[in-house]
Write a protein that binds this ligand. Structure first.
Ligand code: AHR
Length: 665
């Protein structure tokens, strides 16, 4: 077990030895040949929540905003079903657009647009500018699609010729009306039908619009008007934005927790996130108000989450509610927790069990067949399921959690159920949550903490004393929140790196960890700081991103004892060492949180080789306040070089740095 700088300092004082005025070198001694202790190979993952436009307008590649005419004032006061749509009357054309509900495409998708053309002119239609303008790349292919039926031809109440189709032009245009790409389609017949066209814009623009123009007098119903780039991540249909998904994939996360967070609770009892409404054809999914005050299409639903996990080699970790809403719901913050009525619990529990069948059951099972119908006959291999998020540990909560857990244990003992221990790192819910977990014999609980950088340094040994026979820990949400508008400073990232050394050292207890929140769209951000910021076309990674990437790509499955000694007094210094049995590499991480370099002597005890081949990667910056700015090359980023080490070597750990030595002997 590591002795921290503080404990060594205390030992010296107790022994009557003065730490001395002359700074003696700090040392890091690693038992480089073991024996090590097995630790979780899944430690570093990601937590994806649709917060800050992370899904719609973010990871989900849909370029049209309010495609299904379901925006509503419950989401934002000035939102309504036609929000972000403009009526187009071109070249003498005249007509109108209204919202209709009479003949919806599906009961889950109740609103649609009725476009009436009174005088065709050069076209009457609608336009959508997406999320702050539609970004297009010249020469790339985009698929525009919409669902439509022919309401009438000619005058609405007159005699039209309904055997005649309504010609509709689908266009990509600049804001000045310059045509970038165009296709001719038509709408015919009374049943709802999907119409699609491929478009290849001639210019790269950041603020294009998708325009549909009808060319005869008459009326057509329109819904789910959509535009996707053909190149989504792994070219999946209804897929993910390639650059953002790749940025997540580059983190090499071992798992993905989704969909929340607070999002799983929704805005009150019975408004919880219902996974069943997020699968199947997109036009049949029920869009809803996002808990963070905007709109979720559910186009990025459970199938897409699981598929993404598989695509990036991460384990899925879905979270469901524990049959209660958030304690902050309603008008009594902190006391608004309500439970589903007992008579509704069996159906709710069945939904949770069905999720496991949907993910893991054979394609012949009732729910497995829905997964197969979506194109994935093989099971997804679900191992983890979170139940609850930051809940107040009350009798209402406990009663319902027990019922859900009991059913899961009985029917799916193979699933690791992860309980919650409230919103903070300590306190009443934390204590009660842990006591409850022990009472039930839970195998894992989810701890959350958003705290200062100093907190991480003060709590480096938090898990050293955890009961090894109790539940394991998933640190499901954490971040160091620095002063100064909660920026992603190097200080915050380095504090998290120090915390991660503590997770690694206790990797027999801390099985999983995920920073939060993950993604934030500039101009639509409800929470700071976040790991990754983005605009319509750019992705900006923080210092915190690089810290987590370094821990993830340099993870191991065995921890090797690493002892720090800081004879000249306590320092912000942390270290951990792991071995990755796949590559056979020994990986040492050294974190210096001081504003000055710390000269170190590092000893690889047990390694006899004269020359030890290593890659050194250093993440640091000009000072602790350094941060990566949008639109500029990151100033805090890892830099690697190859070097040859001796079994004992001197190393000046730079100020505010994380150093990773990857030893290949
Ligand atoms: O990560 C942002 C929010 O913080 C999560 O939704 C919630 O669980 C926590 O309070």
């Amino acid at each position: 077990m590591v002795k921290t700088g503080r404990s060594i300092f205390l030992i010296l004082l107790v022994a009557g030895i003065s730490p001395g005025v002359h700074a003696e070198k700090a040392t890091v001694t690693i038992q480089a040949c073991g024996p090590g202790k097995p630790i979780s190979p899944d430690l570093v993952g990601i937590f994806f929540e649709d917060l800050n436009y992370a899904a719609d307008g973010g990871l989900y590649a849909e370029l049209v905003q309010n495609r299904s005419f379901e925006y509503s004032p419950t989401e934002q006061p000035d939102w309504h079903p036609l929000k972000f749509w403009d009526l187009q009357r071109r070249g003498g054309g005249d007509g109108s657009i209204t919202v209709a509900e009479m003949r919806p495409i599906h009961e889950n998708n109740p609103h649609y647009a009725l476009l009436t053309v009174r005088r065709a002119g050069e076209g009457v239609g609608i336009a959508n500018g997406g999320f702050d303008g539609i970004p297009l790349t010249a020469g790339e292919t985009y698929e525009a699609s919409f669902w439509a039926y022919q309401a009438f031809m000619g005058q609405m109440w007159g005699r039209g010729d309904n055997s005649k189709p309504m010609p509709v032009t689908v266009r990509l245009e600049t804001t000045n009306g310059e045509v970038l790409a165009e296709a001719s389609t038509q709408v015919q017949g009374r049943p709802w039908r999907r119409v699609s066209a491929k478009l290849k814009p001639t210019q790269t623009v950041g603020d294009a619009r998708l325009v549909l123009l009808a060319h005869e007098t008459g009326g057509i119903a329109l819904d789910v008007i959509s535009l996707f780039p053909e190149k989504t991540f792994r070219n999946r249909p209804n897929g993910l934005r390639a650059d953002l998904a790749q940025t997540l994939a580059d983190l090499k996360p071992k798992f993905v927790r989704f969909p929340g967070g607070c999002l799983v609770h929704g805005g009150g009892i019975r408004r919880y996130y219902d996974w069943k409404e997020t699968i199947g054809p997109v036009e049949q999914r029920r869009a809803r108000r996002n808990s963070w005050g905007y709109h979720q299409t559910m186009g990025l639903g459970y199938f897409e989450y699981f598929q993404f996990c598989e695509d990036i080699g991460a384990k899925p970790l879905p979270v469901v509610t524990a049959g209660v809403c958030c304690q902050h719901a309603g008008s009594s913050p902190g006391r608004g927790q309500e439970g589903l009525p007992m008579e509704e619990m069996p159906a709710y529990i069945q939904d949770v069990l069905d999720l496991i069948e949907w993910a893991n059951g054979p394609a012949t099972s009732m729910w497995g067949s829905k997964r197969a119908a979506a194109g994935h006959p093989e099971p997804f291999g679900l191992e983890y399921l979170g139940v609850g998020n930051e809940d107040a540990i009350t009798p209402i909560f406990k009663e319902r959690f027990k019922m859900i857990y009991g059913a899961l244990k009985e029917k799916h003992p193979e699933i690791t159920v992860i309980g919650t221990v409230g919103p903070f790192a300590s306190g009443q819910d934390f204590d009660n949550g842990w006591a409850f977990a022990q009472e039930l014999g839970l195998s894992m609980v989810d701890e959350h903490y958003y705290v200062s950088p100093q907190w991480f340094w003060d709590n480096l040994s938090r898990y050293d004393t955890y009961d090894r026979n109790s539940a394991k820990v998933y640190v499901g949400e954490y971040a160091a929140h620095d002063r100064d508008r909660r920026r992603n400073t190097l200080r915050s990232a380095i504090a998290e790196a120090a915390g991660l050394t503590g997770f690694e050292r206790n990797g027999d207890i801390v099985q999983l960890a995920s920073y939060a929140p993950l993604l934030a769209r500039r101009g639509h951000t409800q929470w700071h700081p976040d790991m990754i910021y983005f605009t319509a076309t750019e992705v900006f990674v923080s210092a915190n991103y690089f810290v987590h990437q370094l821990f993830s790509v340099n993870s191991g499955d065995t921890y090797f004892e690493t002892v720090l000694s800081t004879p000249s007094g306590p320092r912000k210094l942390a270290a951990s060492s792991v071995r990755d049995s796949t590559s056979g590499h020994l990986i040492i991480k050294i974190v210096n949180g001081e504003d000055a370099p710390i000269p170190l002597t590092v000893t690889l005890a047990g390694l006899a080789a004269a020359d030890i081949r290593s890659t050194r990667t250093v993440l640091t910056g000009s000072d602790a306040d350094a941060f990566n700015e949008d639109g500029r090359p990151p100033v805090v980023k890892p830099v690697s070089d190859d070097m040859t080490l001796k079994p004992t070597f001197d190393y000046d750990a730079p100020a505010n740095s994380l150093t990773v030595f990857r030893i290949r002997n």
